[in-house]
Design a protein around this ligand. Structure first.
Ligand code: ZN
Ligand code: ZN
Length: 446
C-alpha cells in the first residue's frame, strides 16, 4: 500500500511533545496538506514524536492509515515532517508562500525510512540588508529545506552609534555606505531568536567588526594601539596585539557588543576585510604571523565574551592572509575556526587532487588547521561562497558536481558545520539558486 498528499490531507495530526519545533512540525504538516486536500479522504493519523536529543536524524514509518514521524530531537522531528512533505510532492524552491511548489509524485510506499544529515549544523548566511529585511521568509525557507542555522552577516559592516534613520532612497543608501544589521537586530533581535527557537535553529551574528570595536578615532590619543607598518603607527587596519590598552578596550567593547546583540550562539568579530598587510611589525608582534596576531585578538575577544555571554562562542577567521595555521597561538575553549577559502578554485572540488591551486594554497593549510584542532573537529566551520553574487556576480556556474563533491570532502575531513554565503537574491537562477542546492548537499552529498 502507499499514501499520497491528497489521501492523507484529512488525517488527524498528533504529537507526544510540547516542544515548539514539534508543534511547528504539526502546524506545517497541517498547512501544507490543506493545500491539496481532497474531499472524502480516508481517516488516519500522523503522529509526530521527538526524543529529547540533539541529533537532527529522524525515522518515518508509513502504514495504510498511520504515519509516525520520530525525531532523535525536536528539530529531527521537524526535519522528518519536511522530508515527508517532500516525498509527497512539496518543494520550497524560493522563499515566501509563492515559492511553495507542489506536483503529485508517485505515491509513497509503506515502509520505514531513516535519514541522518552529513553535517550536524547546516547554515544559510544572510549576507546583506536586503536579506535581513526579509528574515522571516528566509528563516522559514531555510528551515523547510532542513537547514538548522541562520547567520546574520553584514556586508558592508554596520556602524555603531548612528542616530539618523536608515535612508530609504538608493542614492542616500549608497552615500551612507554601511550595513544596517545593528539597527535590524535592535528592532527584531528578540523576534528572530524566538522564531529560530520555534524551529530548533541556532543563530550566528557578525562580520568584520574588530575595527568596529576599536574605532580608528582612538588613534589620536592612543597611536600605540594600532599596527606599526613601515616604521610608523598606522590607524587604518586591525590593532597591535602587544598593546595591553588596545586589548583591554577591545574586550570591553566585545562584552558590550554581545550584550547588545544577544541571542546568537556564535559571534563573528573578524579583522578588517583586506587581502593582507594589516598586521603589526612592532618588536613583540614581528615574531607573530598574521594568523597568530589574528588568533591572539580573537582569544582576547573570546575571553570577554565568555564572561558576558556564557555558552556563546567566537569565530577565528581563516581567510586571506590568515588561511595559514598560526604557529604559536592556540584557540581558546570557546573559539571556533571559520575556514573561508574565498580565492579557491570552484572549477574543481575542494578536495580534488587534480587542482594544483586548491591543493597547494588551500588543502595544505586546511589540513594544518585540522591538525591544530586535534580530535575536537566540532570547532571547525566552513564558510563557503556558492551563493555570493559579489564573488560570482550574476553568472555563477552551476556547481552541480563541485558542491556535492565539496560536501563529501568536508564531511570526510570531519567538518561539522557547512555554511553558504548568500549576497544578492536576484536573479534566482544565478548564484542564489545554490542556496537550495547547498541545503540538499549539506544533508546528503552522496
Ligand atoms: Zn604590535
Ligand atoms: Zn582548479
Amino acid at each position: 500500500m502507499a499514501i499520497t498528499a491528497a489521501g492523507i490531507s484529512g488525517w488527524e495530526i498528533s504529537s507526544n511533545s510540547a516542544s515548539p519545533p514539534v508543534a511547528h512540525a504539526a502546524h506545517e504538516l497541517r498547512s501544507h496538506l490543506r493545500r491539496v486536500g481532497a474531499a472524502g479522504s480516508t481517516p488516519g493519523v500522523i503522529e509526530v514524536r521527538a526524543a529529547p536529543g540533539t541529533n537532527d536524524a529522524f525515522e518515518v514509518a508509513v502504514e495504510n492509515d498511520r504515519v509516525v514521524i520520530s525525531g532523535e530531537s525536536p528539530r529531527g522531528a521537524l526535519n522528518g515532517a519536511y522530508w515527508l512533505l517532500e516525498e509527497l510532492g512539496f518543494a520550497w524552491i524560493e522563499p515566501g508562500e509563492g515559492g511553495i511548489a507542489f506536483s503529485a509524485p508517485a505515491p509513497l510506499d509503506s515502509g520505514v525510512y531513516s535519514q541522518s544529515p552529513a553535517f550536524p549544523r547546516r547554515t544559510l548566511i544572510l549576507g546583506q540588508d536586503a536579506l535581513h529585511d526579509e528574515w522571516q521568509d528566509w528563516m522559514e525557507w531555510a528551515s523547510r529545506n532542513r537547514l538548522n542555522d541562520l547567520f546574520f552577516h553584514d556586508t558592508p559592516p554596520s556602524r555603531p552609534g548612528r542616530t539618523s534613520p536608515r535612508p530609504v532612497d538608493a542614492a542616500a543608501l549608497a552615500e551612507d555606505g554601511g550595513g544596517w544589521l545593528f539597527e535590524r537586530w535592535d528592532a527584531d533581535g528578540r523576534a528572530i531568536a524566538a522564531a529560530a527557537s520555534r524551529r530548533g535553529m541556532s543563530l550566528q551574528f557578525g562580520g568584520h567588526h574588530l575595527p568596529t570595536l576599536l574605532p580608528r578615532a582612538l588613534f589620536g590619543d592612543h597611536p600605540g594601539w594600532f599596527p606599526l607598518r613601515n616604521g610608523e603607527r598606522d590607524p587604518r587596519f586591525n590593532l597591535c596585539v602587544s598593546a595591553p590598552g588596545a586589548i583591554g578596550h577591545l574586550q570591553e567593547a566585545a562584552a558590550a557588543f554581545v550584550a547588545r546583540f544577544s541571542g546568537a550562539d556564535i559571534y563573528h568579530i573578524w579583522p578588517d576585510d583586506i587581502p593582507g598587510g594589516g598586521w603589526c611589525e612592532c618588536s613583540p608582534c614581528s615574531a607573530l604571523s598574521p594568523s597568530d596576531q589574528a588568533l591572539i585578538a580573537t582569544n582576547a575577544i573570546a575571553e570577554a565574551v565568555a564572561r558576558a555571554a556564557p555558552g556563546a562562542r567566537v569565530a577565528y577567521l581563516a581567510y586571506h592572509d590568515t588561511v595559514t595555521p598560526p604557529e604559536f597561538a592556540r584557540p581558546s575553549a570557546n573559539v571556533t575556526i571559520l575556514w573561508a577559502p574565498r580565492e579557491r578554485c570552484y572549477a574543481h572540488s575542494f578536495a580534488d587532487p587534480a587542482c594544483a591551486k586548491n591543493e597547494k594554497e588551500y588543502l595544505e593549510p586546511f589540513l594544518g588547521l585540522l591538525d591544530m584542532l586535534g580530535d575536537d573537529l566540532s570547532r571547525l566551520q566552513v564558510f563557503e561562497y556558492y551563493s555570493d553574487a559579489i564573488l560570482f556576480k550574476g553568472l555563477a556556474p552551476a556547481h552541480l558536481g563541485v558542491l556535492p563533491a565539496d560536501a563529501r570532502g568536508y564531511a570526510a575531513a570531519g567538518v561539522t558545520n557547512l555554511q553558504n554565503l548568500m549576497v544578492g537574491d536576484r536573479p534566482w537562477l544565478g548564484p542564489p539558486w545554490h542556496a537550495w542546492w547547498m541545503a540538499r548537499c549539506a544533508w546528503d552529498p552522496t
